[in-house]
Design a protein around this ligand. Sequence first.
Ligand code: SAM
Length: 290
Amino acid sequence: MAILGIPQNTINILKKYDFHFQKKYGQNFLIDTHVLEKIIAAASITKEDFVLEIGPGIGTMTQYLCENAGEVMAVEIDAKLIPVLEETLADYDNVTVVNEDILRMDIAEIAQEHNAGRPIKVVANLPYYITTPIIMELFESHVPLESVTVMVQKEVADRMQAGPGSKDYGALSLAVQYYSKAEVVANVPPNCFMPRPNVGSAVIRLACHESCPVEVQDEKLLFRIIRASFNQRRKTLQNGLGNDASLPVSKEMAARAIEMAGFPPAVRGEALTLEQFALLANVLGEIMKG
Ligand code: SAM
């Protein structure tokens, strides 16, 4: 089978199947072998690995994954791509293609069934319209993960790596820090894709922590606090927490927790580090118990 990362081969297969790109599925296929090699190298795929690929498209990166991994599962939402994948992946017996929406799949169960519950690697050129839900789902549903190496919009990569005080800092930055160590592996210009996206892209590798970097009694409460703080970014933390419908916390309780944690009364969520949010969650958790 011809290597798809070469533009002419991609054009040929798209023509053969009379394939039309679907904007609603975020279809921008990679056509640059250097970028593909970089992604595979950054994910350090070996024959020991079970790899989940989200959105294989016509199978361009899947071919590289099959060459390097022990087992690959590729989940593609677009039924029109399934016959294409049958052809482009015909040479490999270590791949399963599933026609499904990744957000409707139980990935922890897949890891259990296919990798005996051991940590899996996720590799993808993600559909940009659902990058954050996919990353949050992987983390929050406690899928056993070794690493997540993904192509994302450059701006999302910036948000993932941002710290307090930056305009990019938010709930995604804190979730990424809580669960992993992030490193941008490559910046990728629009001409590496077909069709070209309107934005710059970056490959980011999230190396997942074996144990969380902060001690927190109630992880769900931590993330509810974080979301509430950034939902109302302009407000002080006290008002943000006291006014959020998802948190059964009065303004007085929020004020008491902020004082007990040792933060100034008018502090804003965007100024707090992950460690400080964890401290606040532990203090507020105690106050909520009454
Ligand atoms: N991996 C291919 C490549 O690099 O050339 C395609 C990447 S393209 C940016 C994103 C792919 O994800 C498309 O094939 C699209 O159809 C698929 N996709 C979009 N939404 C999806 C979803 N909810 N679940 C699974 N796949 C999805």
